[in-house]
Design a protein around this ligand. Structure first.
Ligand SMILES: [Zn+2]
Length: 445
């Protein structure tokens, strides 16, 4: 229905190039606000994080944004549109870091949003929709055992049991949020139903774009994750005196699982029906001694998929395989437990289409790709049409001081947000809050 508007050419007279230097200076300046001696660390709920936000709020104000905190302590800068009755277009990400993290993960999305606002101002463009730039509270895993705190609040998925989570010194998440300016007893106030579309620019945190020489990744969906614990119990017999046929060796069964996880993962990947990846990241054996047959083996396996039904299929396959591996090794399968399951969040097909058109206009090379990592966009996709853009990460590194994205890639991402925002703003399909349209992968491939 919006095919025509997504193809609409904008006036060629407008200079659409980003002030790459301005964006870069901001990224480097925010990076200087770090725990000394531990670059680059700005953990949520610390005074360093508040210091970073104060700097950011000043930048927002300088760009003419009205800055506020919602009751979930998300920091929001708002530019009024030509029609204040329209739902808002949001650009967001996060300014908190992991310990000894980088200068791009999260910050690029927020600062590129700010740069989009400055580009609009520089060109005298007032969009129809109000535009909001959001710094979500606590996207990275926090000391309270939860990530994406602010985007959960905005999407209505931050519940009371989560607010009671405690850190090592016994402070509740609710109390920590209140220190950041939230009103935990009035969280419903943070919940939004007035968002026309959500865009997030993020570093890829992988090697696909860099290795392919591709400018930008257009995210088709954010994976769901299933984590499964499997435990085998056997007998701790002497390694020198117990013949093979009498052993109850749990590591034999566990190693069957490790290789099966890889084999199943590869078989899903070749189906070419969406992203799937699987890993055995934990393996504990007891007694873990060179002269003793392993009596107990515990594995934690995870599968990540764009397609939710694959996660249950994967779980079922592991269930059957772990039973047969136990039988073959003459051990017990003493536990098989789904530890956690999160659903995939598909990106919106119409927003994705505007990103495709905008990238073509800017002559940026693109690749459709899934996000194998979680992001605030996964929560925003629950309440609004949402999509993400990735830019290359050098050597795929992230969550470390070496994390790096070239200035040109950062400005490509900001330019793409700007172009896509103008297209979405001009598309009558976004005049109301619409339900997300799934199936972004099918649109261009
Ligand atoms: Zn991030």
């Amino acid at each position: 229905m919006d095919q025509d508007s997504s193809q609409r050419k904008l006036p060629p007279s407008q200079n659409r190039s980003v002030d790459a230097d301005r964006l870069w200076q901001d990224l480097m300046a925010l990076g200087t606000i770090t725990d000394p001696g531990r670059p680059y660390t700005r953990r949520c709920f610390t005074h360093r994080f508040v210091e970073g936000r104060r700097w950011l709020a000043n930048r927002f104000s300088e760009a003419g944004l009205a800055v506020r905190l919602d009751t979930g302590a998300n920091m929001i800068g708002r530019m009024q549109g030509r029609d204040p009755s329209l739902p808002a277009l949001l650009i967001g990400s996060h300014s908190d870091t992991v310990p000894s993290g980088g200068r791009f993960d999260g910050m690029l999305g927020v600062l590129a949003g700010l740069e989009v606002i400055r580009m609009l101002r520089d060109r005298g463009i007032v969009p129809r929709h109000p535009i909001e730039i959001v710094d979500f509270l606590g996207e990275e895993p926090s000391d309270y055992g939860l990530s994406c705190i602010g985007s959960r609040a905005m999407s209505g998925l931050l519940n009371d049991p989560m607010l009671d989570f405690k850190n090592a010194s016994g402070e509740t998440l609710a109390a920590a949020m209140a220190r950041m300016g939230a009103e935990p007893s009035a969280l419903a106030g943070a919940r939004r139903s007035d968002i026309a579309a959500y865009l997030e620019l993020h570093i890829e945190q992988g090697r696909v774009l860099e290795s392919g020489g591709t400018n930008v990744g257009l995210v088709t969906g954010i994976v769901g994750i299933a984590r499964i614990e499997i435990e085998f119990t056997g007998a701790a017999d002497h390694a020198g005196t117990t013949p093979f046929h009498l052993r109850r060796d749990t590591l034999i069964a566990a190693s069957e699982i490790v290789t099966a996880v890889r084999r199943i993962g590869e078989s899903y990947a070749v189906r070419n029906e969406g992203y799937f990846i699987a890993t055995t990241g934990c393996l504990d054996i007891e007694p873990n001694a060179s002269n003793v047959v392993p009596a107990r083996a515990r594995l934690v396996v995870e599968g990540r998929a764009e397609n939710g039904s694959w996660l249950s299929e994967f779980t079922d396959e592991l269930d059957a395989l772990s039973r047969s591996a136990a039988k073959a090794a003459n051990v017990e399968r003493s536990a098989f437990r789904l530890i956690s399951l999160s659903e995939p969040a598909p990106c919106d097909a119409r927003v994705h289409r505007h990103l495709v058109a905008a990238a073509a206009e800017l002559e940026l090379s693109t690749a459709d790709m899934a996000s194998g990592a979680g992001h605030d966009a996964a929560f925003m996709a629950q309440i609004a049409p949402a999509a993400m853009v990735f830019v290359p990460s050098r050597d795929g590194r992230s969550h470390c001081p070496e994390e790096w994205t070239a200035a040109e890639d950062c400005s490509n991402g900001a330019a793409l947000l700007f172009e896509a925002l103008l297209r979405i703003d001009a598309d009558d399909a976004f005049l109301q809050c619409a339900r997300p349209v799934t199936g972004a992968r099918g649109v261009t491939s």
